[in-house]
Structure formats: C-alpha cells, structure tokens
Design a protein around this ligand. Structure first.
Ligand code: THU
Length: 160
C-alpha cells in the first residue's frame, strides 16, 4: 500500500479588479447574467460566461423547473450552448458568479459535481485546460487553471 497525495495550486484575488482586464470583463458579464437567471424556486441566481479561443463569449444562467431535477445549472447552460453553437472551437475560460435574493454572496461559488464532470468532458476533448474563474456578488475571486484540478481521479473515456 502507498499513500498518494494530490494537491493543486490556485490563485486568490481580493477583488475582481485585480484580475487582468479580459478576465474582469468575463466576471462582469457573469455577474450581469445572474440578473436574468430563472430561479423562482431557490432564489439563487448563477451566471456563467464561456470564453472561446477566438474571443467569442457565450453566456448562460441557471434555469429551474417546477420538476426540480429538470432544471439546469448556469455552467452547463453556457458550456452546452458553446459546444452546440461553436463545436470546433476550444473553450479557454469560464467565469461563474452568483447572487442570492435573500443574502449577499461575498465569496466565490464553486461548480457542483455534475458541472465539473460536464466541464472536464470538453477539457479532455480539446486537450487543453479550461481556466475557471469563481466569483460571488462581490469580494474575493478564485482562479483555477484546469477543471482537472477540481475533479481528481475523474472518469474519462479511456475508462469505457
Ligand atoms: N446552481 C448553478 O447554477 N450552478 C452550480 O454550480 C450550483 C448550483 C444553481 C442550481 C439551482 O438553480 C440553484 O443554483 C440552487 O442550487
């Protein structure tokens, strides 16, 4: 038996204004997208913006449903749309922000397990990392270099 340690490094910024300009823009767009989320059941609004290799941005937000599991997270709305509309283009970055109807979200929100699995599909397909930028309504921003960092020992097509 041997014990294996898996760790990763990510960057934390005190405020989104410390990010490079193009990433500030992505965070700004994702915050904007929280406003049009359809989340009458949770009151939790998530915005996600995907940046493609040619500079195109694809925006999404969470879409809830009265049959709760039929709804979809913002990250998957954005990334599925990016893949549907621009199938050959690599995804470079995704910025994610959240807003709550009931409290101030002052720290970054992190993608759920299903969204991590969906994101890693595209990272594997394109063979280049997708950078993840996590923000709240305000406050600290986390930048993670690759989806694989958030999903160690992930299931991939070589397991099929
Ligand atoms: N949600 C997202 O959009 N992304 C996540 O990564 C976590 C959760 C949404 C789903 C649901 O509409 C609401 O937030 C509350 O869970």
């Amino acid at each position: 038996m041997k014990s294996i340690v898996k760790s990763f490094t990510y960057n934390e910024f005190d405020d989104f204004t410390e990010l490079p300009e193009n990433e500030q823009k992505l965070v700004g767009l994702s915050r904007e997208m929280t406003k049009s989320a359809y989340s009458p059941y949770s009151g939790f609004r998530v915005g996600a913006v995907v940046l493609l290799e040619d500079g195109t941005t694809i925006k999404g937000n969470n879409q809830e449903n009265v049959a709760y599991p039929s709804g979809l997270c913002a990250e998957r709305v954005a990334v599925f749309s990016a893949s549907a509309l621009h199938p050959g283009k690599k995804i470079k970055k995704i910025a994610i922000s959240a807003y709550s109807n009931t409290k101030s979200i002052e720290k970054p929100v992190s993608p759920c397990g299903s969204c991590r699995q969906v994101l890693i599909e595209y990272e594997k397909k394109q063979k280049t990392p997708v950078k993840i930028i996590l923000a709240g309504e305000k406050g600290k921003v986390l930048v993670i270099d690759s989806v694989a960092d958030l999903l160690p020992l992930h299931f991939t097509n070589i397991d099929l």
